[in-house]
Design a protein around this ligand. Sequence first.
Ligand SMILES: NC(=O)C1=CN([C@@H]2O[C@H](COP(=O)(O)OP(=O)(O)OC[C@H]3O[C@@H](n4cnc5c(N)ncnc54)[C@H](OP(=O)(O)O)[C@@H]3O)[C@@H](O)[C@H]2O)C=CC1
Ligand SMILES: N[C@@H](CC=O)C(=O)O
Ligand code: NA
Length: 430
Amino acid sequence: MKNEISIGLLGLGTVGSGVATILQQHQQDLRHKLGVQVTIKKVLIKDINKERLSSLDPSVFCTDIHELLNDPSLDIIVEVMGGIDGAKNAIEEALKAGKQVVTANKDVMAEYGHELLKLADEQKCDLFYEASVAGGIPIIRTLEDGLASDRISSLMGIVNGTTNFILTKMKKENMSYADALAEATALGYAESDPSADVDGLDAARKMVILSSLAFSTEVHLDDVLVRGMKEIRDGDLDMAADFGYTMKMIGSSKKDEDGIEVAVEPVFMANSHPLASVNNEYNAVYIHGDAVGETMLYGPGAGSLPTATSVVSDIIAACRNLLLEVNGKRVHSAQHERVMKPESKQFAKYFHRVLVTDEVGVLSKMTSIYGKHGASIQSVMQHPAQEEGKAELVLLTHRISRQQHLNVLGDLEGTASVISHYRIEGEESA
Ligand SMILES: NC(=O)C1=CN([C@@H]2O[C@H](COP(=O)(O)OP(=O)(O)OC[C@H]3O[C@@H](n4cnc5c(N)ncnc54)[C@H](OP(=O)(O)O)[C@@H]3O)[C@@H](O)[C@H]2O)C=CC1
Ligand SMILES: N[C@@H](CC=O)C(=O)O
Ligand code: NA
């Protein structure tokens, strides 16, 4: 029986230093829970001269990854260095060396998760990745364990802390986009390349991970429709408020008899929906299960200690398995073939904001375009435009397919210029 479990930590940045802090400060609790000492034995960093806040003894620092991967005394490798190729190789090598692996890396898990989980199964090793989606929220464990008894039919969530922080600051404090992004970066929420956050890629990766788990199928990044924050125009946040909505970057994933649809996009979320009041760097995932009905998980989606909480919980899970000698026993293979739903079968209500020449007959031209595509309009409102002789029209549709929505937008060309358009979510009847 082991009396100590040794950790090799790849990375000591925002997340890694949080992991070191929790492991140090909660040492007694861990010893009580596990009955063994959990010790960080080696830490990989890039810049040996960088000043560190962590109270780890600098003698554990090294810059050669193979010093960790080839060290037979390390039981668990914790990958919190980020990036794709180097991190993927490290995870692969660690698993091949028979080590348990914990990662916070959604980039790697979204691109190579299926492959790496298969390798982990073959190697009879654990590969845990709770922190890769929704930082401090135990969403992966909820899908794998808590809701294992149910069939999930949809997930809808705010899974990127940075964009939610930016939207909250812009709406509630009138902060500029640039200032809000700078603050999110300073607080350690943003990715090293924040375009992954604001362009929706980070959330898309998380939705790949969640959808694959929820529907036990291999969803790929290419399957996700992605629209980033750049689609949001001046005035849209206020307009959302005027109509009783809140603009949110939403990841959604739905499954029915026609297949699966996954999207990440700015959405008009009804103010009555709980996701509309999730603010700052907080994340939330709203799940619909056939048996459980509706349930929502809420918590911090990014940041040092919240994210590290998930990483350390994964370390505890791997330690328990090590002590019981049952690592690598989870079933990871997909149960269902991947069937993606065509856009003609994806239904929602839409908000369309367009600029038209303010002249007789323009509205009837517009409505005939909607009619041509069978897209039913719920309401039309006219707003004054900045430009002389122009008017802004806002149209809310009834439920139409994404295909109809795109066909209408394409056909409006020539009659109107489209300023912005969003899916509407969260209404009882939407
Ligand atoms: N920040 C957050 O809130 C969250 C982050 N994540 C994920 O966690 C991971 C880590 O993120 P975060 O902590 O923010 O990243 P940071 O950039 O803050 O830290 C990265 C750490 O890894 C080290 N490192 C990076 N590349 C190398 C390399 N090639 N060789 C040696 N050391 C290297 C860096 O060393 P040095 O210190 O010397 O520069 C640094 O200590 C990422 O995958 C991220 O997506 C997941 C959820 C939330
Ligand atoms: N950049 C990410 C960090 C956590 O995954 C985010 O903002 O959510
Ligand atoms: Na999580």
